[in-house]
Every structure is written in structure tokens, then in C-alpha cells.
Design a protein around this ligand. Sequence first.
Ligand code: CUA
Length: 329
Amino acid sequence: LVIVSTFVVNYLLNTIRILPLQASAQAQPIDRLFNLQFMLIAFFFSLIVVFLGYSLVVFRQRSKEGEEEGAYIKGSTGLEVVWTIIPIGIVIYLSYLGSLALAETRRVDPQAVEVKVVAGQWFWRFEYPQYGIVSNALYLPVNRQAHLRLTSLDVIHSFWVPEFRVKQDALPGENLERELRVTPTMIGEFKVRCAELCGTSHAYMESPVVVVSQADFEAWISEQLAAIGTDPATRGAKWAQTNGCLSCHSVDGSPGVGPTWKGLFGRTDHELADGSVVAVDEAYLKTAIVNPNAQIVKGFPANVMPGNYQSLLSEQQINDIIEYIKTLR
Ligand code: CUA
């Protein structure tokens, strides 16, 4: 009965599909281990429930007779040794399997695609140093390892694509880069979500993860390189997108965490929190980007915009973004 119910519990849980799609090579040892542990847990669950049920039925009180106290049992060295040794053996065996699985998920492939993952409140940015491009979507070629190096601009975030199984925190601070290796095995669109509570828009901190063939990956790279282009405003739109500006600033006048960029440039009635009224020109915008707390806008909180954009963006990129804002008059 215990064996039968072990299989029934497993069957039911597999039928309601407890795991998302398996879409990476690293997911395989993890799922194997998960399924094994699940089988073990189902067995012990069945063992307890079956014997509990058996005792309830067989040893129930049938009549008014036999109400005297049961015999007092004091210790059983044999039983205690058995129920200590068996769990210890299981735990040691599972740790051994766990260390094998861990080693397998960390295996290094020298042919890996390098991707620098930058997390910030509240966006993801993916840099491909081998190709010199940045993107808000993580494009990965199928069946080739990706070596992700994760950092954060502000607080702790966590890179999590459930279909890949592996997960890694992104920590702020120098020398705190963390790495993650993923070999996607399935072409398709997934989603990276932040798995560490990181502020107001934590729940919306997600970006597309697109797994494509090697040929499509190369086509995407060329497309990205071509898109950077020669027009400053077009480039600026791209930098604004890839550096998270548009997570807080709208370009269509709708409200956001920061002031909308629509109609911002050229305003002469821009009110600051200290009561002064300024004109929005290039110098104003530049200060707003490199030293946002120097001129807090009325109605918006201080210390929300990261103050490290100067180190993040080049002079050229800052000028490009200003050119882009100018087109939104
Ligand atoms: Cu980033 Cu939660």
C-alpha cells in the first residue's frame, strides 16, 4: 500500500505539472535531483499516512471494554539506531548528488558568449563586450553556453529565468560581480524576472529572453550594430532605452516616477522643489543627468534617480540623450 500510494502521489503531481518547461542544459541535473527527492518525499509521506490510517482503523476502540492504560514503553535502542542511521545515510547521499549537480551547472565552456548583466531599479541591461552592443532583451544562441556576469547599480536584484532553473543575485559594489552559466536548449521567448524584493517596481522588473539559432543570433547582432547609426537623436533614444531612463521617464506625457520627457525641452516655467523656476535648456538637462539631486523637480522625490549616470554613460551618450529629448518637444 505504501509503494502504491508513493506512485499515486507522484503521478498526481506530475499530472498537474509542478515544474515549468526545461529549457537549459543546467536544468537537467537540477530536475533529476528534484524528481528523485520528490519521489523520496512521496514515499515517506505515504509511509506515515498509510500507517497512521492503518492504526486509526485497526486500533480504534470497539467497545467500552479495555479502557485501562496501555503498557509503558521505555526506549528501544535498536529502533533509535535505525531511525538515526537511515536518515543520515539519505542526507549524505543527497548531498553527494547535490554536489555533482552543482558541479554540472557550473561547468565552464571556453566558447561561451560573454554577457554582462546590469541590474538597476528597475530594468535589466545586457552588454555584449565581444560585439560592442547593449540591449534590454537578452538574446542568446541555442545550444551554446552563455557566461553571464552580473552586477547591480543600486540594490540587490536577482536574475531568474524559471525555465533555465539556475538563479543568481546581482550585487551592487565593485569586486562583487557574480557569474552564472546557462546553455539554452530550446528556441523560444522566455522572461527574466527579478527575484529579490528591490523597491516600488520590483514586480515589473522583467525583460524578454530570446533564444534563437546561431544564424539568427548573428543576424540580430548585425541589426543592433546597424541600429546604433549616425543620427544623434536616434542613438540617444537607444541609450535612453538600454540604460533604463525610460523605466521612469515617459516620452508621451504620461506620468511616471520621474518627469515626462514629452515637451520638457524648451520649457521656461519648470518649477523646482526649492521654489525657483528655470528654463529647460541643454545645460539644465546635462545637470539633471549627471547630478540629479542638484535640481529636484517640484512634485518629485529626491534621491530616486541614480546619481551614477556619469560613470555609466559616456559624454557622447549623454549628449545623444539630450538630442533625443530635444526631439520630444
Ligand atoms: Cu530588482 Cu526586484
